[in-house]
Design a protein around this ligand. Structure first.
Ligand SMILES: Nc1ncnc2c1ncn2[C@@H]1O[C@H](COP(=O)(O)OP(=O)(O)OP(=O)(O)O)[C@@H](O)[C@H]1O
Length: 500
């Protein structure tokens, strides 16, 4: 029997994709005025469960109840009409129209005046809506393609709030947001709770979940493992339930000042100017992890693209080993430079390609024997690197579009490790990655560095920068504002003042 606090219940939800059992007999209960966290390793079934609740796809079998009534949404629209709204991991806005049009998509009829769409009315309403959620920096009239990735996520959240949902599902959204964006989202979650509504919050950040959730459910391999209430939250316990083994302590580097960078130059940038990036010069050495930190809008993501040759700067130059000029991404790759974009679905992975295609793509030259590349060598190569990164898959030929978010990210890392990058520019490499794999990625980064290579780690996570970098450059408003060398007792607060 549902009690009056219960808004939603699922009973024995099952879902398979070919040989993959994504969900097995999952039963959960969501309460009113509750922030309900979902955690689990990459591919454990969190998004599948969330999308079933939201009506994006049906379960194979199992039942759902909303406010005590049987609930079986046939589409996202029918879910939304019943008050269930989801922010998906991937991009969910239309690039070609304005912010206001994105906010009111499907609701244009509200803005017709004597048969004519009133753009002015829509724009004013959009402005009011953004302000209501403390978003003052997005102009409702600007085309959405000119809005940053992070702000597009915020537009999706505001659009969802406009439908006044009784259940808001947020799937791995905070990892795409900067501090400002996160704070906006947290305050929306708090508001939902205060008005007796429900939030389902999916994240890989345990601290964040513990801070903002009332209840936490752990999934593993599609199976419900446990449900903890706030008074039972404990980091080590949660990690253990997730990965099935004990994982205590820090997973960052533990060496301090042991192996000094040998000061051979790997990459030099001189006087880079592009957009608001102003006169940026930096040197990255062999045998070094060079951290680049700052706020999302500090220019560090643009800098990553420039260093790889994807964006041509207005002024300045990049020099491989300090003296060989390169200008384009293909020239960069010919020197062994690799780049992982933060925006994985748009820039980093070919979602229509298979795991094998993605992993092999930059390494085709290496795989060529004479003029041919055999299927066998491609299979062996990609299987090997997919195994190293533990890409959860049915087969190496599986399309990347069918992988979970974190597993797509693993494919991108596998591709550049397979390529044997001498210099690897990693923009937010552990975004959306579970803690077990995060620990493996950090180990791999240290291995790559210790083999004489260079990693340029662009990250919004200060603990990651402090834990992994030999040196940290902090950016602020398009300039490098401070430089720090690795130190044992460095704290987040030591850096924050130089970023804000
Ligand atoms: N449309 C699909 N086709 C084939 N397999 C799928 C599809 N959607 C999900 N899967 C598989 O189902 C499993 C569960 O995926 P899901 O996206 O629910 O995981 P997740 O816990 O959200 O992972 P992450 O933390 O990486 O986002 C994965 O093995 C995934 O590859």
């Amino acid at each position: 029997m549902m009690n009056s606090r219960t808004v939603f219940e699922s009973k024995n939800i099952n879902k398979t994709f070919g040989p993959t059992r994504a969900l097995e007999d999952v039963s959960i209960t969501l309460g009113r005025g509750e922030v309900y966290g979902l955690i689990g390793e990459n591919g454990s079934g969190k998004s599948t469960l969330a999308t079933i609740i939201a009506g994006l796809q049906p379960p194979d079998y199992g039942e759902m109840f909303l406010n005590g009534e049987p609930y079986a949404p046939k589409s996202v629209l029918s879910g939304t009409q019943k008050g269930v709204c989801m922010i998906i991991q991937e991009q969910g806005t239309f690039a070609e129209v304005t912010v206001a049009q994105n906010l009111f998509v499907g609701k244009e009829s509200e803005f017709y005046k004597s048969g004519i769409l009133s753009i002015k009315k829509m724009s004013e309403e959009a402005k009011g809506l953004l302000h209501k959620h403390n978003i003052f920096h997005i102009d409702p009239d600007q085309p959405t393609f000119s809005v940053s990735y992070e702000d597009r996520k915020l537009i999706e959240v505001v659009r969802a709030m406009y439908t006044e949902p009784s259940i808001l599902i947020i799937d791995e959204t905070t990892s795409a947001l900067s501090k400002r964006g996160r704070d906006i989202l947290y305050s929306i979650m708090k508001h939902m709770k205060e008005i007796g509504k429900t939030v389902v919050f999916i994240s890989h950040d345990i601290e964040e979940l513990m801070e903002h959730c009332d209840v936490l459910t752990i999934l593993k391999d599609g199976v419900y493992v446990d449900r903890l209430t706030k008074d039972k939250f404990d980091v080590d316990r949660i990690k253990q339930l997730m990965v099935g083994r004990e994982m205590v302590g820090s997973y960052y580097r533990s060496d301090y000042g042991g192996q000094e960078p040998n000061k051979e130059i790997a990459l030099k940038a001189e006087g880079i100017c592009e957009g608001f990036l102003e006169d940026i010069s930096l040197t990255a050495y062999k045998n070094e992890i060079l951290g680049v930190g700052g706020l999302n809008e500090s220019g560090m993501h643009q800098l990553g693209k420039i260093l790889f040759g994807l964006t041509k700067p207005e002024r300045g130059q990049m020099l491989y080993e300090g003296h060989i000029k390169y200008k384009t991404a293909s020239q960069a790759m010919s020197h062994g430079i690799g780049y992982m974009s933060k925006d994985r679905d748009k820039e980093a992975v070919m979602t229509e390609g298979s795991i094998k295609d993605n992993i092999c793509l930059p390494s085709l030259k290496k795989l060529r024997k004479g003029v041919i590349i055999t299927n066998k060598s491609e299979n062996e190569f990609s299987e090997n690197y997919a195994d190293i990164l533990e890409v959860k898959r049915n087969s190496i030929d599986q399309l990347c579009m069918h992988l979970s978010g974190g597993n797509k990210q693993k494919v991108i890392i596998a591709k550049w490790i397979g390529f044997g990058s001498k210099i690897l520019i990693m923009d937010c490499p552990t975004r959306g990655i579970d803690i077990g794999v995060k620990a493996e990625i950090y180990k791999l980064m240290v291995k790559i560095r210790n083999e004489g290579n260079t990693i340029i780690l662009i990250s919004e996570e200060l603990s990651e920068l402090i834990g992994m970098s030999d040196r940290i450059l902090l950016m602020k408003e398009g300039k490098i504002n401070a430089e720090f060398t690795r130190q044992k007792d460095m704290k987040d607060n030591d850096l924050i003042d130089y970023m804000i």
